[in-house]
Design a protein. Structure first.
Length: 361
């Protein structure tokens, strides 16, 4: 083959024309990246034009009501939810992928809706926090109309780009990251925006007692996080082999334990402690009991789980028991016990998802 022939064939072999990307937007790593860039560019244009009309002929504060940060937060939430749903639709409608590529994580309609809401809320809270930090860094500064529209378009484009890649490349491990980020962003937003600076002297559920943004963010975070845990119940146990009836029963017990934890967690947000004291405490305690039963029973339900992970679970349960004793004798207040227990429970869930994904890909 001559040098000219090699040169002529190189573009055809390496090129990734736009028509191919449009036909197979999630068909390969290259087309996924190109699709994400195209969607980000489209969102930048549409978001910038909308922002230009909204911001027309006025100087904008960086954060707060009527600010560029508020536009980025609300627009980012809508963009994230829509783009995530679009990415999952493309996975189902255009399933053609390169040979040997790892199949995408299959999700039910409920799963897609819950995760779309979760990534939308992450975008909302994240852009709100970012704009607040920038506002404190540039006190008294304002943004003019045109640069404000450009910045708003960039924020929406960045959101669309990241969320689309997350949607079409979603794996069990990435799902665990979404849960972790969502919980951290939601709870810290609630803490920082609480109208009661001494909420921590009561209990963690005090964040959901008021009628302000703090309570809304806290309760909604718990409800959506509960839905994500229900999703994890299926995703994390789907690959566990069930060669006989005993292993099938064990897998089902693990799955239903996760479902109960998710339902109880959502109910903690649905029933605030100031209005549903008994019911709130019942579902919160029930979540801890189910978690302990899951950790203890996992050795028999899924015998193939790594021994190190099983031992870590026993340590977690032991720490929670010790914290409860500290609270009973007055050494710790209830908020400290709840915070540490929540961190342990959700870190264990995330580690379980990662261990099952690594062992049963």
């Amino acid at each position: 083959m001559t040098t000219q022939e090699v040169t002529a064939e190189a573009p055809a072999r390496g090129a990734h024309p736009l028509s191919r990307v449009l036909r197979r937007p999630v068909g390969s790593v290259e087309s996924v990246e190109s699709s994400a860039l195209l969607i980000g560019a489209a969102v930048f244009v549409v978001g910038g034009i909308v922002a230009l009309f909204v911001f027309w002929d006025r100087d904008l504060p960086i954060s707060g009501r009527g600010s560029i940060g508020e536009f980025a937060a609300i627009g980012g939430a809508v963009t994230a939810a829509v783009v995530f749903a679009l990415g999952r639709i493309l996975i189902d409608v255009v399933p053609h992928r390169d040979a040997g590529a790892r199949p995408p994580l299959r999700l039910a309609v409920f799963d897609v809706v819950a995760l779309a809401v979760a990534v939308g809320l992450i975008a909302l809270l994240a852009w709100t926090a970012i704009s607040d930090v920038v506002e404190r860094s540039f006190q008294g500064a304002v943004v003019f109309t045109l640069p404000g529209a450009v910045l708003a378009g960039v924020s929406l484009a960045l959101t669309a780009y990241v969320v689309f890649l997350t949607a079409v490349q979603l794996t069990s491990m990435l799902l665990s990251l979404v849960l972790a980020v969502f919980l951290v962003v939601g709870v810290f937003t609630s803490m920082l925006s609480s109208s009661d600076p001494l909420w921590w002297q009561k209990n963690l559920s005090a964040l959901g007692m008021t009628d302000d943004l703090s309570a809304f963010a806290f309760n909604l975070t718990l409800i959506v996080a509960g839905a994500i845990v229900v999703i994890i119940a299926r995703v994390a146990t789907a690959g566990i082999p069930t060669p006989d009836d005993a292993s099938r029963r064990g897998r089902d017990l693990v799955r239903w334990a996760f479902v109960l934890i998710g339902v109880f967690l959502g109910c903690v947000g649905v029933f605030p402690v100031d209005r549903f004291f008994v019911l709130h405490n019942t579902v919160a305690s029930g979540m801890a009991v189910v978690f302990a039963a899951l950790v203890i029973g996992l050795r028999w339900w899924v015998p193939a789980m790594p021994r190190v992970f099983l031992l870590l679970g026993y340590v977690y349960v032991g720490v929670v028991v010790v914290l409860a004793v500290f609270f009973a004798v007055g050494y710790y207040n209830l908020t400290a016990v709840e915070l540490v227990a929540a961190i342990l429970i959700f870190s264990w869930i995330i580690l379980f998802l990662r261990n099952t994904a690594a062992r049963y890909p």
